[in-house]
Ligand binder design. Structure first.
Ligand code: NAD
Ligand code: UGA
Length: 455
């Protein structure tokens, strides 16, 4: 049984994943190393640098026992028997494949550091989401220069979603482990299976070859994002025809073959992964001579951009074709509820479009105000306000962009009383009851639902 685990990358995946491994394997020493000293210090102090419900308690329970965070990656590599690589793999912004391919520079630096500093046979586990056949490239890096050193590369993609990461890690639908079909590859896979088997039922631990595991991760995200774009496409037809997207989603979601999950129409998917992974998949398809397949997946992203633009177009249209000088309260900036993460949040594009219309925006969010401030910068036209009542005070309209449960509990009568007339409410998440709001006096426009207006 493995005694020393290292994870390189203390982000949204590395931190929570290792905290759960440390919890269930108290006899295993787990170290999470990162080049970002500030992040490391936050984790090590027991105040995680990311907001994730339930995370802090799990980290604190193992800190000082068998969980440690370190800013010194190299000596940790020398000690480790199993190394998870959980560094960021964002979309490349330069050179070949810019805007589509994955930027593998952090991953490659990590591979080279492992090659240089490993001092014992080591199992390297790809946790980051990577293009298919990256494990092969990693093996090549390892084999050059240190042929005597034994490295075995596994793929173990992570399927957790932010906001529910702890439950996803505790009770995963499945754990996927890909390895080489050689005796050494199979032995390495057994070691990793043994780690997860401490708390995950065996039948939920799936094994595959490395390429299948790598591709399954991209495919899973592509399928999930495709469902969101599909329901959003239907929401556009609903708005034109008077059909209601909630009724349509219920009607199709009760078909067992379709299922009810991921059928919530909204302002489009955000987050650091859906768009990046689909674009990466499309890029791979092109590299492998499959342009039709690439176009198919790209259309999921195109529809997602359209959904954000459509939301603002509707706002401009119903607010008498001008937003110039009008105050808009933006309820929610995180890409989904229960996270402070603003990476690729639909709110970014929507706020930019509102500013292009010369609106004055006041953003409120329970967790993501710092992220919003960093992305948009404060100015005369953009303000940030923790209290939603203050944000809506004197506003012409509310644009609800994140599905925070607390927005359901607000006193909309009070909010309405403090707003300009006519007061508009654009529910970009179908979070609120449009009929109630209409009775209060709002002109309500919800995604894929009939307008409720007094105008
Ligand atoms: P993140 O940016 O939050 O964390 C990555 C960390 O890696 C950063 O703290 C960074 O400082 C560190 N790092 C980068 N280069 C390093 C190096 N050379 N040495 C040491 N540390 C280094 O990213 P994340 O959201 O945790 O995602 C990590 C990977 O997991 C990505 O490939 C992503 O696609 C995948 N993933 C993310 C999620 C999610 O919900 N965020 C879910 C599943 C999979
Ligand atoms: C997603 C996947 O769900 C995870 O399995 C995966 O591990 C992760 O990406 C990753 O690879 O990073 P995440 O992005 O954290 O997780 O959150 P989701 O719950 O999938 O939501 C993504 C976006 O889609 C959010 O903006 C959300 O609001 C939106 N969404 C989701 C909808 O608009 N409608 C839905 O019905 C579901």
């Amino acid at each position: 049984m493995i005694q020393r685990i290292l994870c390189i990358g203390a982000g949204y995946v590395g931190g929570p994943t290792m905290a759960v491994i440390a919890k269930h394997c108290p006899d295993v020493q787990v170290v999470v190393a990162d080049v970002n000293a500030e992040r490391v210090a936050a984790w090590q102090s027991g105040e995680p640098p990311i907001f994730e419900p339930g995370l802090r308690d799990v980290v604190r329970a193992s800190l000082g026992r068998n969980l440690r965070f370190s800013g010194d990656v190299e000596p940790e590599i020398a000690q480790a028997e199993m190394i998870f690589v959980s560094v960021n793999t964002p979309t490349k912004t330069f050179g070949q494949g810019a805007g589509r391919a994955a930027d593998l520079q952090h991953w490659e630096k990590t591979a080279r550091a492992i090659r240089q500093h490993a001092r014992r046979p080591v199992i390297v586990v790809e946790k980051s989401t990577l293009p298919v056949r990256t494990a092969e490239a990693m093996e090549r890096i390892f084999r050059t220069r240190r042929p005597e050193q034994r490295f075995e590369v596994l793929s173990n993609p992570e399927f957790l979603a932010e906001g529910t990461a702890m439950a996803d890690l505790e009770r995963p639908d499945r754990v996927l482990i890909g390895g080489a079909e050689t005796p050494a590859g199979q032995a390495a896979m057994r070691e990793l299976v043994d780690v997860y088997a401490r708390w995950v039922p065996r039948e939920r631990i799936l094994t595959a070859n490395v390429w299948s595991a790598e591709l399954s991760k991209l495919a899973a995200n592509a399928f999930l994002a495709q469902r969101v774009s599909s329901i959003n496409a239907i929401s556009a037809i609903c708005e034109q025809t008077g059909a209601d997207i909630l009724s349509v989603a219920r009607a199709i979601g009760t078909d067992r073959r379709i299922g009810p999950e991921f059928l919530r129409a909204g302002v489009g998917f955000g987050g650091s992964c859906f768009q990046k992974d689909i674009l990466n998949l499309a890029y791979l398809c092109e590299q492998h001579g499959l342009p039709e397949v690439a176009r198919y997946w790209e259309s999921v992203v195109t529809l997602n951009q359209y959904q954000k633009e459509r939301f603002v177009q509707r706002m401009v249209r119903v607010m008498f074709n001008t937003l110039a000088g009008k105050r808009i309260a933006v309820f929610g900036f995180a890409f989904k509820s229960n996270t402070g993460d603003t990476r690729d949040s639909p709110a970014i594009r929507i706020c930019q479009e509102l500013l292009a219309e010369q609106a004055l925006i006041c953003i409120t969010d329970p967790q993501a105000l710092d992220g919003a401030r960093q992305l948009l910068g404060a100015s005369e036209r953009v303000t940030f306000e923790p209290d939603p009542y203050e944000a809506a005070d004197g506003a012409h309209a509310i644009a609800l962009l994140t599905d925070w449960a607390e927005y359901r509990k607000l006193d909309y009568r009070r909010i309405h009383a403090a707003m300009e007339r006519p007061a508009f409410l654009f529910d970009g998440r179908n979070l609120l009851d449009p009929e109630d709001l209409h009775q209060i006096g709002f002109n309500v426009y919800a995604i894929g639902r009939p307008d409720r207006t007094n105008l």
